[in-house]
Ligand binder design. Structure first.
Ligand SMILES: Cc1cc2nc3c(=O)[nH]c(=O)nc-3n(C[C@H](O)[C@H](O)[C@H](O)COP(=O)(O)OP(=O)(O)OC[C@H]3O[C@@H](n4cnc5c(N)ncnc54)[C@H](O)[C@@H]3O)c2cc1C
Length: 381
């Protein structure tokens, strides 16, 4: 039987879109995942849900902020429906400002963010704190000569549990999930999607959604703009400490410490362009993460490390995802390139994509999310 839609990729984006499409009443949805659902970038992530720090205005600002505003309800509904606790916790974060220049940048970011707050009718996402004010919140903070930037909106969840909850919810709504099924190509006839070619043969479908994360350039012969998607490798560490050092996430100079109630502490994360998709964690990266972590928690040492891992963020050239409907083939849709914020932006991404696919409804202007080639004034194609 022909599928109504095939979702290629079972990361957070593919799963969340399938879940929302099924909720809106679409039947006969199939997710094709080349490995195990969530095993790529999604569970490599630390599941931090943070408001956007606007330095330059990007379409991502609204996407991220709206998604964050939606998260609590999204999480509650998902947990109630699936029966899986995703460990959603609104913990807040403190960024230690370590130079005069950083303080100036933080002041501008707070101003820009207050403008965004008004647009989304939300509470103030960021405020500046003196070191003394920050230390009242987090007594284990060692030093912050230039004060801190604080957001009470930042939240955290378990990405393993999120994947399990989304898979369970999808299956409850009748979505078929086929793991270990790689899509080699998309079948297009007379400008219309007809299905996909997998390692096990063809599967016909009326529509296709590409949600293949960092691996999306494979389909750039179908959608030219997918050439833009590259891997941005990220590595992180898990440490076992005797107790929780901070209740909030603490950031400094590009690194952060995220402490769980049982003393498990995560140090995140590196960031480098690695087109080879290597999964190893180099000694150099461990040293870099430890150095960054020790600026926040001087007492940690390599002896505390229990795990180091890597994943590939779907990086886009312009820093915002590709979202929407493709003009090059009818019934072909895209949701890729969420970079460092794919977990955070999943609820709103899924709402946008499911409304477009199921109800042909455009929730926001998707032009900046550039699925289609820009037509230059006067150009014929
Ligand atoms: C170290 C690290 C820390 C991070 N921390 C955070 C964080 O705290 N907060 C946050 O919001 N984001 C974070 N991120 C980013 C976040 O993980 C990503 O933005 C998000 O997971 C992207 O989801 P995705 O579904 O697009 O990609 P993926 O999770 O990579 O899913 C894409 C899926 O498509 C499958 N696939 C690819 N090609 C094919 C094919 N041809 N056929 C079938 N299946 C295919 C893949 O196997 C994969 O499972 C972090 C990332 C890393 C690496």
């Amino acid at each position: 039987m022909e599928k109504s839609i095939i979702v290629i990729g079972g990361g957070v984006v593919g799963l969340a879109c399938a879940y929302k499409m099924a909720q809106k009443g679409l039947k006969n949805i199939t997710i094709l995942e080349e490995g195990a659902c969530g095993a790529r970038a999604t569970t490599a992530s630390l599941g931090v849900l943070m408001p956007y720090v606007p330095t330059i205005e990007k379409p991502t600002a609204i996407l991220q902020r709206t998604s964050l505003e939606m998260y609590e309800d999204f999480a509650k509904e998902l947990v109630d429906f699936s029966g899986v606790d995703i460990e959603f916790e609104k913990l807040g974060h403190i960024q230690i400002l370590h130079s005069e220049k950083q303080l100036e940048k933080a002041k501008k970011a707070v101003e820009r963010s207050n403008e965004l707050d008004k647009k989304v009718n939300g509470e103030n996402a960021f405020e500046l704190l003196t070191f003394e004010q920050a230390k009242e919140l987090e007594p284990n903070l060692k030093e912050a000569k230039f004060g801190c930037m604080y957001s009470r909106m930042t939240a955290n969840l378990s990405t393993e549990k999120l994947v399990l909850a989304l898979k369970t919810a999808c299956e409850k709504l009748g979505v078929e999930i086929k793991e270990n099924t790689s899509v080699n190509d998309i079948i297009i006839q007379n400008g219309k999607v007809k299905g996909v070619i997998t390692g096990q043969g063809e599967i016909l479908s009326e529509k296709v959604l590409i949600a293949t994360g960092a691996y999306s350039a494979k389909f750039s012969h179908v959608i030219d703009n997918l050439k833009e998607i590259q891997s941005q490798k990220g590595e992180a560490l898990e440490l076992k400490l005797e107790e929780r050092k901070f209740d909030r996430l603490v950031k400094m100079a590009g690194f952060y410490a995220l402490c769980k109630k049982d003393g498990t502490t995560f140090i995140g994360s590196t960031s480098s362009r690695k087109p080879d998709f290597s999964e190893d964690v180099k000694e150099k990266s461990i040293k870099m993460l430890m150095k960054g972590g020790q600026r926040i928690l001087p007492e940690i040492s390599e002896k505390d490390i229990v795990r180091a891992w890597a994943g590939h963020r779907p990086h886009s050239y312009l820093g915002s995802p590709l979202l929407g409907k493709c003009n090059e083939a009818e019934n072909l849709f895209v949701a890729v390139g969420h970079g460092k914020i794919g977990i955070c932006t999943a609820p709103f991404t899924a709402e946008i994509i499911s409304s477009l696919i199921v109800n042909d409804e455009l929730l926001i202007d998707l032009t900046p999310f550039r699925v289609n080639k820009l037509k230059l004034p006067g150009s014929k194609d």
